[in-house]
Write a protein that binds this ligand. Structure first.
Ligand SMILES: [Zn+2]
Length: 400
């Protein structure tokens, strides 16, 4: 038995007026997803355990078959694993964004999607001033960096900057034990960045400047039992983002780097499909994650999100379903999303999302049928929680 899990990050949404009061999933050209819905079993899936934030980290954990309620320590430690940064006992990892705050408002959580080269120079300048015995900054991609703080504050409630777009930052500063130390670092970064040549050049070019760092998503290192131990399956995770790669690494799964995988609508879909086929040639399990619909949701762009879903259908779902059918072996295909990223909110919600599991091969005739795969169609379907459902799906066949 082969297992293929296909995830369109943040595909779920609400009806959008500019789409004729349809959701992006309903408006998209998605014959492959609707074919899988017709041939498979539809669920109404709850992906966010009570009390946890509706982040891609928590939601992908459940879809991978891990209990986030038991294992989750924060977003940054997962990204650290994805970037290969080791955490020692007592270390607390923070996500460190370069952001644009103007007149006290969060103008841009990404400092204008600053380039990696510019971001690297700015984070190194911040590190040169702020690093001491306990603090280490790790430059990452674009605006996304990490801070590892030995014996740093961890009983903290912090806010993702992408969830407070255009809002006043003061009410959203980290709160909790030793929060003042975090505020101080963020405050001190302002003067370091203010007159940095990279920012001067960006201002001259009419681009957003990185005005400060924003620390969030903190947590201690986490260990996950290996996927092999839990489910008796080897395999891999195909993704462009460190967060999901980190989960794959922590699960002991292969995480090949796909050239040209950007996490956006210009990603190398064909390369991701090829990488998934290579994993399946050697292993029984592969998890394919596509980030673009989520990014379009955060941009608030309904048309682009609809296009991203159509592209996911045509360039990932269709060829991989065809591949599984052509192999002629028994397989189980899961089609899902981790959460909704409504374009009207430009952030995540914790409402349920559609989910399908299909046992194949189903043959040519069955593949011609179509059924809706969207937020309305799932309302009549059985409800389930992602970790519990995936655990059953992954173990059911093992037990037979
Ligand atoms: Zn997500």
């Amino acid at each position: 038995m082969k297992y293929l899990v296909l995830i369109g990050d943040g595909m779920g949404d609400y009806p959008v007026e500019s789409l004729g009061n349809r959701t992006p999933l309903q408006a998209a050209h998605a014959p492959a997803m609707r074919g899988i819905a017709a041939a498979g079993k539809l669920y109404q899936l709850h992906t966010v355990p009570p009390g946890l934030p509706p982040g891609s980290d928590v939601c992908n954990m459940g879809l991978l078959g891990y209990n986030a309620a038991e294992n989750y320590t924060g977003r940054a430690p997962i990204e650290a694993a994805g970037a290969g940064i080791p955490l020692q006992p007592g270390d607390v990892a923070f996500r460190c964004n370069l952001v644009t705050v103007r007149e006290g408002r969060m103008v841009d959580y990404s400092a204008g999607h600053i380039s990696s080269e510019e971001g690297d120079a700015l984070i190194r300048a911040v590190a040169a001033e702020l690093e001491d015995d306990g603090l280490t900054f790790y430059p990452g991609i674009s605006y996304r960096h990490l801070l590892v703080w030995h014996k740093g504050p961890e009983s903290i409630d912090s806010q993702p900057p992408h969830d407070i777009a255009d809002q006043s930052v003061t009410p959203h500063l980290p709160v909790g034990d030793r929060a003042a130390e975090i505020h101080a670092l963020m405050e001190r970064s302002k003067a370091i960045l203010a007159n940095h040549p990279v920012n001067q050049a960006r201002a001259a070019a009419g681009q957003e400047q990185a005005t400060q760092i924003w620390l969030w998503g903190q947590g201690r290192s986490l260990q996950l039992p290996s996927f092999q131990t839990l489910y008796g399956l080897s395999g891999g995770v195909i993704t462009a983002v460190d967060l999901v790669r980190g989960l794959g690494r922590l699960a002991g799964l292969e995480t090949p780097v796909v050239e040209g995988a950007t996490g956006f609508v210009d990603t190398n879909y064909a390369g991701k499909v090829e990488a998934a086929k290579q994993i399946l040639a050697q292993h029984p399990y592969v998890y394919v994650h596509v980030e673009a619909p989520d990014e379009c949701g955060h941009m608030g762009d309904a048309a682009l999100k609809t296009q991203a879903i159509s592209d996911f259908d045509a360039q990932v779902v269709a060829p991989l379903w065809q591949h599984m059918e052509a192999l002629g072996e028994p397989y189980r295909l899961i089609l899902a999303m981790d959460h909704r990223t409504p374009v009207s909110l430009r952030g995540h919600t914790d409402e349920p999302v559609p989910f399908v599991v299909l046992d194949g091969p189903v043959g040519v005739a069955a593949r011609q049928k179509q059924a809706p795969f969207d937020e309305a169609a799932m309302l009549g379907a059985p409800e389930a929680r992602s970790y519990e459902l995936m655990k059953n799906i992954l173990q059911a066949v093992q037990a037979e």
